[in-house]
Design a binder for this molecule. Structure first.
Ligand SMILES: [Cu+2]
Length: 114
């Protein structure tokens, strides 16, 4: 009777250790994904601003944007490239937008608009 009790205790303890190590594994995976973006992945920067100029033909939009913390940028007016032409539908002069962009070579390319 005592042996059975000890055996089941050992089994329970082993299960707990197993479950714990599974959780650690999952946590580790999550951290890795957050720390290491896939090769070639770009950082998306977030900003808000007012649209000052749109050149739909050439694919540029000029925005008076607020500070961009991820780049330590102060507020300024500058142009962003539009590669995804479907974004143009969300742009209008003097409209206030929240947007995301990535650096591509010397250009800053708008990737999302809200
Ligand atoms: Cu800027």
């Amino acid at each position: 009777m005592k042996k059975i009790a000890i055996a089941s205790l050992v089994f329970v303890a082993a299960s707990v250790v197993f479950a714990q190590s599974k959780m650690d594994e999952m946590k580790g995976m999550g951290m890795d994904m957050a720390k290491k973006p896939a090769a070639g992945a770009q950082t998306t920067h977030e900003a808000n601003g007012t649209i000052k100029k749109i050149d739909a033909q050439k694919g540029w939009v000029t925005i008076a944007h607020g500070p961009v913390n991820s780049l330590s940028w102060p507020p300024m007016t500058m142009s962003f490239k539009i590669k995804d032409k479907s974004l143009l539908a969300k742009l209008a002069l003097d409209k206030k937008v929240d947007f995301g962009f990535v650096k591509e070579g010397d250009d800053y390319v708008m990737t999302t608009v809200k």
